[in-house]
Design a protein around this ligand. Structure first.
Ligand code: ZN
Length: 237
């Protein structure tokens, strides 16, 4: 409860700072184009954006909470999709779903750890999703990974950067870089399913225990995203 009050106070104070700074300058100052502004003031637009660091800090906490829920749902959903793929006789796709499920769980753990550093606890919840055919499940997975890799994580990273929250940037980047790979893996699996070549897909994956990076073949000595040694990778087969 106290934390909620504190966060509300921070939001109010930052709102007041924004409001009062607008009041002081609003009537006489017009926005110039960023290049002119920088030449005249030596200050880039980025540092005088309407988004104050205090607001960006608050938003980053909310974004990490949203990302935790997203990763929890994705992990549970892909585990269920894996079972379905196995039932339908698509063993290689079942393994892919299991590997990505494990990776999303690692992303959840990282985001949660960053929140805990700020004294915020995540609230457990039961994810809701629908299991359909493996083809539809792959289409759903591609849609989800595309959203997080092209919209959600880039936006969250931008705000975490404005907040200067280095731990959040690290955790969000691990997820962002991995989700881009997951999208391609799901696209390849869907193409294989459509072309009846599922058996040519990999049936063994390696997931980096630090960042969730996912390899569909023997991994290099160190993770390509976070440099963790491959002896710490989780083998999924
Ligand atoms: Zn890694």
């Amino acid at each position: 409860m106290n934390r909620r009050v504190a966060r509300l106070a921070v939001a109010l104070i930052s709102g007041w700072i924004l409001f009062s700074s607008c009041n002081n300058s609003g009537s006489t100052m017009k926005l110039k184009d960023p290049a002119t502004e920088q030449a005249e003031t030596g200050v880039s637009r980025k540092t005088i954006t309407a988004e104050s660091p205090a607001v960006a800090k608050e938003k980053t906490i909310d974004n990490l909470l949203a990302a935790c829920n997203g990763e929890t749902t994705a992990s549970a959903k892909y585990a269920a999709y894996s079972k379905k793929a196995e039932q339908q006789g698509f063993h290689q796709i079942a393994i892919l779903f299991s590997a990505v499920s494990a990776a999303e769980k690692i992303h959840y753990g990282n985001h949660k750890a960053v929140l805990e550093q700020s004294g915020i606890k995540t609230v457990p919840f039961n994810p809701e999703f629908t299991v359909k055919s493996t083809m539809e499940n792959l289409q759903d997975a591609i849609k989800g990974e595309t959203y997080v890799a092209t919209a959600m994580y880039p936006e969250f990273l931008k705000i975490a950067d404005e907040a200067g929250n280095q731990m959040a940037i690290l955790s969000l980047n691990y997820a962002f870089k991995t989700e881009k790979k997951h999208r391609v893996m799901f696209e390849n699996a869907l193409a294989a399913l459509e072309n009846n070549t599922v058996k040519s897909l990999s049936a063994m994956y390696y997931v980096c225990a630090t960042c969730g990076n996912t390899y569909d073949a023997a991994p290099p000595q160190r993770c390509g995203i976070c440099m963790t040694g491959s002896e710490k990778f989780i083998k999924i087969n």
